[in-house]
Design a binder for this molecule. Sequence first.
Ligand code: IPD
Ligand code: CA
Ligand code: CA
Length: 278
Amino acid sequence: MTLQPFPLERVKQLAIQCARAAGELSLERLQQPFQVEYKTSPSDLVTAVDREVERQVVQTILEHFPEHGILGEESTFKGRVEDYETLWVIDPIDGTTNFVHQQINFAVSIAVYQQGIGQVGVVYDPSRDELFYAVKDGGAFLGDRQLRLERQVKLEEALLCTSVFWNKRAEQMGIDQIVKKLAGKVRGMRLLGSAALEMAYVAAGRLDGYVSLSLNPWDFGAGRIIVEEAGGIVNQMTGEPLPFDRKSSVMACNPTFYEELRHYLREGVEIPPSPAEG
Ligand code: IPD
Ligand code: CA
Ligand code: CA
């Protein structure tokens, strides 16, 4: 069997097309009432729009690439990740709570991995019409503008973003205290409520770093490629490389203070691997 070369340009164009169409659909659905359900608790929401948007994205991808695998948040994926050379990793609405409450600060996140290596990452914020994307070895962009993390940032000048404060597991492990100490060291802390957008903002220099104790692959799949292509560093909080197909802690930042940030996060805490579910 002859292996076909990876169609990078076609995949990039399709990922952007899907992300824009998904964003438009979600904005359109905001014009009328929609069904909101609790997934596991009142703080874990899913809407009929999340499901509809994911269905639309999946259908479009499979029309063009029926041989590709798709790992989507709303349980689209039925096969085994390892059976596919090419895997699309999708979050139809990242920041569903913001979508329901604020109608801004949510994004579509689409990443494409080839044999586990990130090739294309797209994060689209429809309410601001901002498209962040990156192609492996091809750079990261916000619209037409190339994103490069060239500014030297000291940790004390950094604006960081984290969801760690409000995480029960962090509290049990004492990590909330470490992040609290970190908050006293940096210029400021933010929490936007959409990991994909927060990581895209790190690439754009609007934030200098992002830390999360546990994210799903569809939360960080695209953001990670965009930050890396902008020249940032993305790893697990332990310093190990991120997986592409399972839960993980995430730290993404400007490279100038990576080691210092790692030092703060490492101090006195062993971070166990994220559970498979939950
Ligand atoms: C959530 C957001 C949030 C992060 C959560 C995610 P969702 O995704 O990215 O910022 O802290 O861990 O689950 O549920 O809105 O797609
Ligand atoms: Ca998400
Ligand atoms: Ca989601």
